[in-house]
Design a protein around this ligand. Structure first.
Ligand code: NAD
Length: 481
């Protein structure tokens, strides 16, 4: 029987007014397993009305009271973590082990972190001089919109919702239409833990329609968006009439720079992860590997060897390390770029073909992890975000050249530097154009630190105080002494 996902408005699951639904696919089998509501303006307005009604009571609660709801949500996700990991794996095609190890634990952590971290946030501060006394308040904005992508569904959905709620906003949230299942399970959890009606409303549908209606709604004060750069630019353009606050987390073309003097074994192990975790579908994945020429040939051989050992297969199998591509559209896009490698005279060292598995996954969307050399940085493959299991190798002779190649892109999300020379790493990080730079590691996150990109990768920063500031408005109250 098909799973049906409805909207969650004012504490209840409701059908879309139009009764229209979109197909939901299991990428590992290529088959439809459910339907998700395709919302119209009526549904969006209903959600916004419910959020507006819930705002006064929710915003008047203390931070500890709101935090206690967030902690209850975190605890319930923990209780249901195994089944949530299964749902996440089915929606995205990612290996169940990754959903268990990365996606669900991080969703729990997001709620827990903002519940306690925000207790020490400065909602009130003071500035005094000889003649006046100023009280600076940070207050919630009202109703805010959170729009998230398909690659890390509950992880990124909760990363936005938790800070928006903790500071007293009520929320209209839209998961990706490709992977909405765990968001609807989150709605069930909200009912179970007694979150007041209307505080969190989850609406479903396509980006160009439902997402756009959220962006253009005049009662929504801010949009926190994670997704592609082209979409982020559209949101920037479409929200100007209502002068919304915007936080845009967008695409990347992240370099990993490898110097001869690095810890080679640690680097090799980590570059394997940073290239192919979640089939390369993490915005922080390294897609351009830039290697000092003295170790280029050795790296090339060793890297292809470790990549070829990745266990590719059914995401349900516990030992699978590399699963399916999350949608047919993404599968076609990656194959298109593999064709471009050939047209641009690049050399495919490993992979480069769709994979035909047998049994349950015979019609699934699988592509071999692919390693390419011989393309210079101006090629389309090195300039455009592919967001899949395709990495390129380039060599450099000097530090300056490595930095030049790394920065030669419109994106600026993350970068990884591999060297044991501290002075060198300090010089390189100073010149790299990226919001997040990892030295001798990857994906290590302290949730208090700023998260986001520069150039075409982002506007604003999430995490820690940054996101709490984003979701609040300042008010200065001045009195004369
Ligand atoms: P996408 O831009 O197609 O969609 C993201 C979300 O925006 C979805 O919910 C979609 O329905 C919605 N949307 C689409 N068009 C819209 C519109 N006109 N108005 C309002 N909402 C709209 O992105 P995607 O394909 O789901 O995700 C992949 C992209 O996300 C990649 O580019 C990846 O780099 C990026 N990403 C970035 C980060 C980050 O933190 N910087 C994290 C994860 C993914």
């Amino acid at each position: 029987m098909l799973e049906i996902i409805n909207n969650f408005i004012n504490g209840k699951f409701v059908k879309p007014r139009s009764n229209q639904y979109l197909d939901l696919f299991d990428p590992a089998t290529g088959s439809v397993y459910g339907k998700v509501a395709d919302s119209s303006i009526y549904d969006i307005n209903q959600a916004v009305d419910s959020a507006k009604k819930a705002f006064p009571l929710w915003s008047e609660k203390t931070i500890e009271e709101r935090g206690s709801y967030l902690k209850k949500i975190a605890n319930e996700i923990q209780v249901q973590s195994n089944i949530l990991a299964e749902y996440e794996s089915r929606d995205t095609g990612k290996p169940i082990s990754i959903a268990r190890k990365i996606d669900i634990p991080r969703a729990i952590e997001n709620f827990k972190f903002f519940a306690s971290y925000s207790e020490n946030f400065d909602f009130t501060s003071y500035i005094e001089n000889d003649s006046s006394f100023n009280t600076i308040l940070r207050q919630p904005l009202g109703v805010v919109g959170c729009i998230s992508p398909w690659n890390l569904p509950l992880y990124l959905f909760s990363w936005k919702i938790a800070p928006a709620l903790i500071v007293g906003n009520t929320v209209i949230a839209k998961p990706s239409e490709i992977t909405p299942f765990t968001a609807s399970k989150l709605a069930e959890i909200c009912i179970e833990i007694g979150l007041p009606n209307g505080v969190l409303n989850i609406v479903n549908g396509t980006g160009k329609d439902s997402g756009d209606m959220i962006v253009k709604n005049k009662d929504i004060k801010a949009i926190s968006f994670t997704g592609g750069t082209a979409t982020g630019k559209l949101i920037y353009q479409n929200s100007f009439q209502s002068l919304k606050k915007l936080s845009l987390e967008m695409g990347g073309k992240n370099p990993a720079i490898i110097f001869e003097d690095c810890d080679y074994d640690l680097m090799l192990k980590t570059i394997l992860r940073s290239s192919f975790t979640n089939q390369g579908q993490i915005c922080l994945c390294s897609s351009r590997i830039i290697i000092e020429n003295s170790i280029f040939e050795k790296f090339k051989m060793d890297f292809c060897e470790v990549v070829s050992q990745l266990k590719i297969g059914d995401p349900n199998e516990l030992d699978t390390e590399f699963g399916a591509i999350s949608s047919k559209k993404q599968f076609d896009k990656i194959n298109y770029f593999i064709d471009i490698v050939n047209k641009e005279n690049g050399k495919i060292l490993l992979g480069g073909k769709p994979i035909k598995l047998s049994g349950r996954c015979k019609d699934g969307w699988f592509i071999e992890p692919t390693v390419v050399e011989g393309l210079d940085n101006t090629s389309r493959v090195n300039q455009e975000e592919i967001f899949g299991p395709l990495v390129t190798l380039q060599s450099f002779k000097t530090e300056k050249e490595a930095i030049q190649i790394a920065n030669d892109t419109d994106y600026g999300l993350s970068a990884t530097i591999w060297t044991n020379n501290i002075e060198r790493s300090e010089r390189v990080v100073a010149d790299i154009e990226a919001g997040i730079i990892w030295v001798n590691c990857w994906m290590v996150r302290d949730l208090r630190t700023p998260f986001g990109g520069m150039k075409n990768s982002g506007l604003g920063r999430e995490g820690g105080d940054n996101v709490l500031r984003f979701f609040t408005e300042q008010k200065n109250i001045c009195s004369v002494k």
